[in-house]
Design a protein. Structure first.
Length: 410
């Protein structure tokens, strides 16, 4: 039966953008292609799912009509307007305040800081790869993809190694998707808020904060007013949410594909110049963030439908990246695309991801180190590999890593 809530004249398509089953079955890209044909889709929950590349870009860039709202994924379906302002994540903050806070946050990802990270990252990846080679069966999800983003985030935030274990744990157990106002969370907030609140208090107690990022946040004045502790803690928590989960997904997709495609492994081993193309094509074909959400701030006619103030809009980044009008054979994985960076995996407009360079660095270095030390990765017969993309799940990616022969062994 035609669902009456669908835009007029459109066939009924069954699709729930939040279906947790996608972690097992993979994203139904054929269904998304059907939705792109009819342009926009009304979900059973009453949200508008926007599927085409141009529409997705337009929603992301029109920050006046479409405000980011991560309420639903943090257990608060009523949305951003019901969440205390000091708990608004950077993406949810309206201009001009957003720009002022974003400037402080991006200082932690300067090219100088990333250049300092590179040798340390190479070193830590080298140790992880040696440990995986020594194991009878390596798990490239748990032992590589999970560990690298937590290490990198601790570096950019100027925190010591003790933070790495916390970041990994919070990514595993869902802490990163909680705010103090999420259901069943204590008033002190999730564990990450408690951690950052204590760290902030310790930094404030020093004659001069020793942590560069904290110093910037403490000393900042917006219209002459400092940020509150709660605001600072919220943004530190959000940095981990935005930088750990997402990059872990990207790395898992990359390693999973490499393990399952020995020819691809050889291509990259023979020509390291292809690694960047591999990473971009993965970001496009297998977007780690498949969708993001917006709330209409006013009535707006968009994509052929009348959206009302307060409507939720699901922004189909993963679908946009497969749009055939932009990417020939959009569902195929190809290293020879003429426009490898034309994807929307990092968003668009004034909220475009400030961590993109860091994520790309983690991907490139971790693959280079693998290729330097490992001759080939053998998939394990009978093992069930997660779908690609499988961003939602924490699934193992098992492999036997065969080391390169040391010169003396030949
Ligand atoms: C492969 C890894 C990553 C992907 C796919 C990704 C994706 C995205 C996307 C799609 C957005 C825009 C969301 C929206 O407009 O609703 C975004 C924003 C953001 N990302 Fe990333 N991200 C990644 C890594 C990182 C890293 C490593 C960091 C931190 C170091 C980071 C920090 C942020 C922040 C703070 C925002 C909000 C920016 C703003 O609202 O101005 N991301 N990211």
């Amino acid at each position: 039966m035609q669902d009456q809530s669908q835009p007029q004249g459109q066939a009924w398509i069954e699709f729930d953008p939040h279906d947790p089953g996608f972690a097992e079955t993979g994203i139904p890209f054929d269904t998304l292609a059907q939705i792109r044909e009819q342009r926009v889709y009304r979900t059973a929950a009453g949200a508008w799912y926007v599927a085409r590349h141009d529409d997705v870009a337009a929603v992301l860039t029109d920050v006046d009509a479409f405000r980011a709202d991560l309420g639903p994924i943090t257990g608060i379906p009523a949305g951003v307007e019901t969440i205390p302002a000091e708990q608004h994540y950077l993406s949810e903050i309206a201009e001009p305040r957003h720009k002022a806070i974003r400037r402080l946050i991006t200082a932690s990802m300067s090219s100088a800081r990333l250049a300092r990270l590179e040798p340390r990252l190479r070193d830590v990846c080298g140790r992880m790869v040696e440990a995986m080679i020594a194991a009878p069966v390596a798990n490239l999800h748990d032992d590589y993809a999970m560990a690298i983003p937590a290490f990198a985030m601790a570096h950019v935030m100027d925190l010591d190694e003790s933070a790495v274990a916390h970041f990994t744990a919070w990514s595993w157990d869902g802490t990163l998707l909680q705010r103090p106002s999420s259901p069943d969370v204590s008033s002190a907030g999730p564990a990450s808020h408690v951690f950052f609140a204590e760290y902030l208090a310790a930094q404030r107690a020093l004659p001069e904060p020793s942590n560069d990022l904290l110093r910037l946040l403490i000393e900042a004045r917006i219209d002459g007013v400092p940020l509150s502790d709660a605001e600072i803690v919220t943004q530190l928590h959000f940095l981990i949410q935005a930088g750990v989960h997402t990059t872990r997904a990207l790395l898992t997709h990359l390693y999973n594909r490499l393990v399952q495609d020995p020819a691809l492994w050889r291509t990259l081993a023979d020509d390291r110049g292809m690694i960047d193309r591999f990473v971009e094509e993965s970001l496009r074909r297998d977007a780690p963030v498949q969708r993001t959400t917006r709330r209409c701030t006013r009535h707006i006619d968009f994509a052929g439908v009348a959206m009302r103030k307060g409507d939720l809009v699901e922004v189909g980044i993963g679908s946009a990246n497969h749009d055939e009008t932009r990417f020939e054979e959009g569902a195929s994985f190809r290293l020879d695309r003429p426009n490898p960076r034309a994807h929307l995996a990092f968003g668009a407009g004034s909220h475009i991801c400030p961590g993109a360079a860091l994520a790309r660095l983690e991907a490139r270095i971790s693959i280079e180190v693998l290729l330097d030390r490992v001759e080939r990765a053998e998939a394990i017969a009978g093992a069930v590999y997660p779908p690609i993309p499988g961003s939602l799940g924490h699934k193992p990616v098992p492999a036997r890593l065969v080391p390169r022969a040391a010169a003396g062994d030949i």
